[in-house]
Each structure stands twice: as structure tokens, then as C-alpha cells.
Design a protein around this ligand. Sequence first.
Ligand SMILES: Nc1ncnc2c1ncn2[C@@H]1O[C@H](COP(=O)(O)OP(=O)(O)OP(=O)(O)O)[C@@H](O)[C@H]1O
Ligand SMILES: [Mg+2]
Length: 250
Amino acid sequence: MTAVLELNNLTKSFGDNLVLDGVSLRVEAHEVVCLIGASGSGKSTLLRCCNLLEPATSGTISLFGVDLGGDEVRGELVRREVGIVFQSFNLFPHRTVLDNITMGPRRALKVSKHAAERKALELLERFGLAEKANDFPDRLSGGQQQRVAILRALAMDPRLLLLDEITSALDPALVAEVLDLVRELAASGMPMLLATHEIEFARDVATTVVFLEAGRIVESGPPREVLVAPRDPRTAAFLRRYLAGDETSG
Ligand SMILES: Nc1ncnc2c1ncn2[C@@H]1O[C@H](COP(=O)(O)OP(=O)(O)OP(=O)(O)O)[C@@H](O)[C@H]1O
Ligand SMILES: [Mg+2]
């Protein structure tokens, strides 16, 4: 079957700094692939290459079987089909929650105001934020803002979500509500590729865990293997550091 996303031997250099060194991976329909690894291992760069925010140096990226190497039509495909959410929520501060969510569909997809608002309200309702629709982002907690940022991505009807450390900027008390939302999306079958330092969450939600070190995949597989009984000593060392509390993946 055609993969949602397939990377083949992807490399990325910044100057002479080789940041991704031959990464190959697949995200299949309904899969949640979690990237883990120390700070600087290349997780964000990998996600940004998948979204064409960074041009890869070599290798191929295909989205639903379409090779993304090159022209603007491919950029269009990515913008339409792939949602990305970052650690910093980047909501527009002078727009209400509802406007933040409807702006993309109205502008990029030419959805009518009425239809966009109906859909946004459905999403807000589904994820327990209906009463925030007319508030400005600064009236929301960090966890609520991040959930709105995810709903904003969902409003575009993406067929793949990329999530980059979406809980890193949050107080620990607010992490759970965001992870619950992601868990529900995973259960609904949304394919996701995400970078996380929440190892327990990865164990819980991932179909595949990918451990990156210095831009290479050291080990990948189901969480019960990679996170519980890793085969590679480097994975084991990373997990030990994480458990000891001095993990520094951002
Ligand atoms: N725009 C850029 N220009 C130059 N170097 C960059 C750029 N973006 C990333 N890098 C370098 O690429 C390497 C990988 O960075 P990246 O942000 O992908 O790591 P990461 O795994 O996401 O780390 P973290 O866990 O801290 O988020 C680092 O050495 C970083 O300095
Ligand atoms: Mg990062």
C-alpha cells in the first residue's frame, strides 16, 4: 500500500554540518510515528524537511506516493495535505480563537465564512473549548492555546499531521490535556509524525518509535521494543538518561 509519507535516504546539511544523515522511514495510514532523541539529533529538521520548510540536501520524500522533489505544485500539495504544529503556538494575538481557526480554510481553501465557522465550532465543541470561541488567545492557558493551534491545523483537513515538541513550552500541569487531544486524534486514525521528549506518551500512543542520534536512525520499531527492550546500547543509554531526569531533548 502507498505510504502516507515515505523518506528515502534523506540527508540535510547546514553548511558543512550534516544534520540528517541518510534517514529512511515510512508513515503508513493510521500510524503514529514518534521521533525521539537528544537535543540536536535532527528531529525538528526532519519534520521541517517533510513540510518543505527546509529543502533536503539529497534523498527523496514522497507524500501519498507523490515525490516532493521540486516544483511549486508539490508545495501546494504539502500545504493542502500536511498540518504542522510547533512548540510555540503562534496564534494570532489580535484575532479571536474562532478567527484563528477559520482564517486558513477561508483564505487557502476559499471556504465560506459560515461553513468555516460551523466547522471550527464543531472542532471546539469536540475538544472541550467551545466556550473559548470568542476569546483572544491571551485569555487562554498555554494548554488551551496549544489545543487551539492543533485545531487550527485540523480545520484545514490535513491527511498528515507533523507535531514538533508541542508540549515543551507548557507547564507540566498543562501537558496532559494536549496529549489527550493527540491521543484522541491517534485513535481517530489521523496519521502523525511527531517529535517528543514525553517518553511515556510515545509508549502510549506511538505505533512506531524512531530513535535518532546525530541525524541517523539508530533504532526503530514498536514502542514495546524500542522503549522497553532496546536492541542498541545507544538507545538504552538515552532512555537511562531520560529516566535519570537529565535528558535534554528540549
Ligand atoms: N536553520 C539552521 N541553520 C543552521 N543549523 C541548523 C539550523 N536548524 C538546525 N540546525 C542544526 O541542526 C542540528 C539539528 O537541529 P534540530 O533542531 O533538528 O534538532 P532537534 O533534535 O530538533 O533538537 P531539540 O530536541 O533541541 O529540538 C543542530 O546541530 C542545529 O544546530
Ligand atoms: Mg527540535
